[in-house]
Design a binder for this molecule. Structure first.
Ligand SMILES: Cc1cc2nc3c(=O)[nH]c(=O)nc-3n(C[C@H](O)[C@H](O)[C@H](O)COP(=O)(O)O)c2cc1C
Length: 311
C-alpha cells in the first residue's frame, strides 16, 4: 500500500510532516543548509534576538538516556543573519523564522523588518522569552501575552505562529486557547517548548549536568513526551480553526504518529535531531510510513486528531 506523508497547510506544501525544532541544527547557515538538504519537510531557524548572543557558559546542553537538559541562553547570530538567509533561501520547502526578542519592542522591530522583506517565510514567535524582571516568561503571563499578540498583529499583517511552553492545568489550557483564538492572523501554535527548570544530576560526582542557573534547565526528549502530547491534544481541541505543530519527545515513527493522532498538523524534532543528526528525518519518515501501512492508513489525514478516549 502506498503511503503518502505529504501535507498542505496555510498554502504551504510539505513532502513530509517532520522538520527541526527551533534551536537544533539551525544556528548557522551550514546547519540550516543541512536541514534544507535532508528529508525534512521544512526548515526552522534558531530563535533570534536583535543583537547576536554568545549564550550561557558551557556545559549548557547534556543528553541522557531519557532526553536532554539545556540552558543555552539563546546563542544566535542576530536577526539580520537569519533574515539574510531567508532572502537567499530557494523555498523548495517552507522556511519558518523563529523570533525571540528580549522585549516586546524588539519583537515588534523584527516583525516589522520581516514584513518589509515580503518573503514567503512564516514567523514563529517564541513566547518563552523574558518578560519584566520578577515576572515569569511571557507565555506564563496571560495579560502580557494578550498585549503582545495584539501588538504583533498591528505590526505584522500576515499569518504567523507562536511557540508555547507547556501548560499543566486545564484552566490554563482554556484561558490560553481563548486568548489565542481572539487573533485571526495567528494561524499556528507550536507545542511545546522545553519543560522549564528541571534538574538533572550526575550521581557519581554529585554535580549538576549543566553549568548555568545552578544546573536548572529545559527538558526535552522522553522526559516531556506525555506533556507534549497533552498540550497538542488540548490546544487542537480548543482551537479548531488553528494549526497545532507538535514538538516534544519525538524519536521514532511511533511518537510522530501519536502527535498527529492528537491533532498535530506537522511535527518537529529537537533532542533526537541534536543527538542523531539530519539522518533522523529519513529514518523517522520511514518508520511513520511503515506504521501507517501496518494500520491501513495511506494519508496523515486518515488519523490526524482521531485519538480515541474511553468516554
Ligand atoms: C539545544 C536546544 C536549544 C533550543 N533552542 C530553542 C530556541 O532557540 N527556540 C525555541 O523555541 N526552542 C528551543 N529549544 C526547544 C526545542 O525547540 C523543543 O521545543 C524542545 O527541546 C522539546 O522537543 P524535544 O523533546 O524534541 O527536544 C531548544 C532545545 C534544545 C535541546
Amino acid at each position: 500500500m502506498a503511503v503518502d506523508l505529504s501535507l498542505q497547510w496555510l498554502g504551504l506544501s510539505m513532502a513530509s510532516p517532520l522538520y527541526n525544532a527551533s534551536g537544533v541544527m539551525c544556528r548557522t547557515r551550514d546547519e540550516l543548509d543541512a536541514v534544507a538538504g535532508s528529508a525534512a519537510g521544512a526548515v526552522m531557524t534558531k530563535s533570534c534576538t536583535l543583537v547576536a548572543r554568545e549564550g550561557n557558559p558551557e556545559p549548557r546542553y547534556r543528553a541522557t538516556a531519557l532526553g536532554s537538559i539545556n540552558s543555552m541562553g539563546l546563542p544566535n547570530e542576530g536577526y539580520q543573519y537569519y533574515f539574510d538567509y531567508a532572502q537567499a533561501f530557494d523555498y523548495r520547502k517552507p522556511l519558518f523564522v523563529s523570533i525571540a526578542g528580549m522585549t516586546l519592542e524588539d519583537n515588534l522591530y523584527m516583525l516589522a523588518a520581516l514584513r518589509d522583506l515580503r518573503l514567503p517565510c512564516l514567523p514563529e514567535v517564541n513566547l518563552s522569552c523574558p518578560n519584566l524582571p520578577g515576572k515569569p516568561q511571557l507565555a506564563y503571563d496571560f495579560a502580557a501575552t494578550a498585549e503582545a499578540l495584539a501588538a504583533f498583529c498591528q505590526v505584522y499583517p500576515g499569518p504567523f505562529g507562536v511557540k508555547l511552553p507547556p501548560y499543566f492545568d486545564p484552566v490554563h489550557f482554556a484561558q490560553m486557547a481563548a486568548l489565542l483564538n481572539r487573533f485571526d492572523s495567528l494561524r499556528f501554535v507550536t507545542c511545546i517548548n522545553s519543560v522549564g527548570n528541571g534538574l538533572l544530576i550526575d550521581l557519581e560526582s554529585e554535580t549538576t549536568l549543566i553549568k548555568p542557573k545552578g544546573g536548572l534547565g529545559g527538558l526535552g526528549g522522553d522526559y516531556v513526551l506525555p506533556t507534549a502530547l497533552a498540550n497538542v491534544r488540548e490546544f487542537a481541541r480548543l482551537m479548531p480553526e488553528k494549526h497545532v505543530i507538535g514538538c516534544g519527545g519525538i524519536k521514532s515513527g511511533a511518537e510522530a504518529f501519536m502527535h498527529i493522532l492528537c491533532g498535530a498538523t506537522a511535527v518537529q524534532l529537537g533532542t533526537c535531531l541534536q543527538e542523531e543528526g539530519v539522518a533522523a528525518f529519513a529514518r523517522i519518515e520511514r518508520e511513520l510510513a511503515d506504521l501507517m501501512a501496518a494500520k491501513g492508513y495511506t494519508t496523515l489525514a486518515d488519523f490526524r486528531g482521531r485519538l480515541k478516549t474511553f468516554d
